[in-house]
Ligand binder design. Structure first.
Ligand SMILES: [Zn+2]
Length: 193
């Protein structure tokens, strides 16, 4: 048994989107969670081909949405898919040390964190998240528009990483924005600016 060999960002993205297509009509999950893959990744390490930054929302489960198993995607989940120092450090680790080729920031419909930011409802520690989202959305109040602006804002924060910039510039590392529709299950890729 060997690791899944994905050597470029296009193949990584195609794998994820093909998995999402299967997910739309699936009745149960798919993805290798066998003893063999556990042993392989334990003994020889992980070799994920994509980083997915998603919201912690219990309806947004990247491994299910893309029908992937152990060792395939390096997932970072935080309410509102915001990027702070810990998230950026995790991304830099996966891209810089594990050789991941694709970074996907995946926001979603009916996001409670974005809704809280729109209505200025942040309090206690939640305010760290809503303040970050407020920077992304400005005066916009339409939920879908805000959710998409928030994805683009997180992408911009990642692109500012000095460690990642050379690989992004030479095309060996790609960042994409994605919007998960919580009703249909569809992952919509956002147009690049
Ligand atoms: Zn959310």
């Amino acid at each position: 048994m060997e690791h899944i060999n994905v050597t470029d960002c296009k193949t990584a993205l195609n794998r994820l989107m093909a998995g999402n297509k299967e997910y739309l009509i699936a009745k149960e999950g798919k993805g290798d969670i066998s003893e063999e893959i556990r042993i392989l990744t334990h003994e020889y390490g992980q070799k994920p081909y994509a980083i997915v930054i998603a919201c912690s929302d219990s309806r947004v489960i990247p491994e299910k949405i893309f029908m992937v198993g152990i060792g395939e995607i390096f997932t970072i989940r935080v309410a509102g898919n915001v990027i702070g120092d810990f998230e950026l450090g995790s991304i830099e680790y996966a891209a810089g040390h594990l050789g991941v080729k694709l970074i996907m920031v995946m926001g979603h419909s009916r996001c409670g964190a974005v809704d809280a930011a729109i209505h200025d409802a942040g309090h206690d520690s939640i305010i760290h998240i809503t303040d970050e989202i407020k920077k992304a959305i400005g005066a916009e109040t339409d939920p879908v528009c805000c959710e998409k602006k928030n994805i683009l804002y997180s992408m911009e924060r990642i692109k500012k990483s000095p460690l990642l910039q050379p690989s992004i510039k030479n095309g060996s590392l790609k960042i994409v924005g994605a919007y998960y529709h919580t009703r249909s299950g569809e992952v919509e890729l956002l147009e690049e600016e």
